[in-house]
Design a protein around this ligand. Structure first.
Ligand SMILES: Nc1ncnc2c1ncn2[C@@H]1O[C@H](COP(=O)(O)OP(=O)(O)OP(=O)(O)O)[C@@H](O)[C@H]1O
Ligand SMILES: [Mg+2]
Length: 311
């Protein structure tokens, strides 16, 4: 079974490292391989649809076609929670209480993490959806999760609620969600980082924090690596080169600065390799303004075959 055969891949990592880009690339690679993929974004503002040139996909809760075999869905946690509570409370004829926003405030304050629980509950529900023929409606669900701090809260929540709600509906739902998140056959956690000091440190910290939750990342994606342009004897040549003319000097300065940055990245890759034996997928730095379908395709072309090979 390849990593792309999981039901859910949860993509998290430090803010700004490229989670959305990587989630989109995973979704696209899965779609290219013929799997029906759903790209779920957890946010109040949808970004993913824009990467695929879709302007109309920003409305939370509505599925939107992004590409052949690829659908997008934005889940807005607050909206998901309000929907859930309205449904749950209607059953108990308490819906009118909700009209009093203070009551609503008390409820969410009394149960922090309820928003996260309901968000994951929606994802669990998506894994359970069947077509009329009884087939799974979604092949692979890729979750563009919040940055690590909130992402960890998201992953921790179902277990926390098992203790808060010791019986009844919330307990049963929390159990189903916690089992889905922890089941490596169904769910994979994808940690995205860049080969820079802070993101690498946060990545190693996240690996530590997942362990007590009974969770483990399946793969590290190191995003935005510079190409190795200067190697071997050329490195020494570049170090000692004394070019004539201003243009030559500027070019040598640029090349040295590239080399220094590439070496910094190599150092951080070494730090990762020394600290964890998790498989690593390396993605290139894209020299283009902004990320669009072409850029996502470039990442997917590298990431797809690598994910296909991973168990
Ligand atoms: N491989 C890459 N090469 C060059 N730029 C990239 C690459 N991947 C992502 N970017 C750029 O880096 C920025 C952050 O990417 P992205 O939005 O995917 O990160 P994120 O982790 O989802 O951020 P946030 O934490 O804000 O959700 C964007 O401007 C994106 O275009
Ligand atoms: Mg993002």
């Amino acid at each position: 079974m390849s990593l792309l055969d999981r039901q859910v891949l949860i993509v998290t990592g430090k803010g700004g490292v490229g989670k959305t880009a990587v989630a989109a690339a995973i979704g696209l690679a899965a779609a290219w391989s013929g799997r029906r993929a759903l790209l779920v974004e957890i946010a109040s503002e949808a970004h993913v649809a824009g990467l695929f040139g879709e302007s109309g996909g920003a409305e939370p809760g509505k599925e939107v076609a992004l590409h052949p075999n690829l659908t997008g869905l934005a889940i807005e946690p607050q909206q998901a929670l309000e929907e859930y509570l309205t449904l749950a409370l209607r059953v108990r004829a308490l819906a009118e209480r909700l009209a009093d926003s203070r009551a609503f405030g008390y409820l969410t304050a009394a149960a922090p993490g309820l928003r996260e629980l309901v968000t994951l509950g929606k994802i669990w529900h998506l894994t359970e959806q069947r077509t009329r023929d009884g087939e799974r409606r979604h092949g692979l669900i890729v979750v563009d999760a919040p940055a690590t701090g909130h992402g960890l809260a998201l992953l921790r929540t179902p277990r926390a609620f098992l203790e808060i709600a010791r019986a009844g509906r919330v307990h049963e739902e929390s159990r189903a969600i916690a089992e889905l998140v922890a089941d490596q056959a169904r769910t994979g956690i994808v940690l995205v980082t860049r080969a820079e000091e802070m993101p690498v440190s946060e990545t190693l910290d996240t690996l530590e924090r997942l362990r007590p939750l009974g969770l483990e990342a399946r793969v590290l994606v190191v995003n935005a690596l510079y190409p190795e342009l200067v190697t071997g004897a050329d490195r020494e040549t570049l170090r000692t080169l004394v070019p004539a003319g201003e243009t030559g000097q500027a070019a040598v300065r640029a090349a040295r600065s590239h080399l220094a940055r590439r070496d910094d990245q190599a150092g951080e890759l070494g730090r990762l390799a020394a600290a964890t034996s998790l498989p690593r997928v390396e993605l290139p730095f894209l020299f283009r303004a902004g990320l669009d379908l072409d850029g996502v395709s470039e990442l997917a072309a590298v990431l797809g075959p690598a994910f296909e090979e991973l168990p």
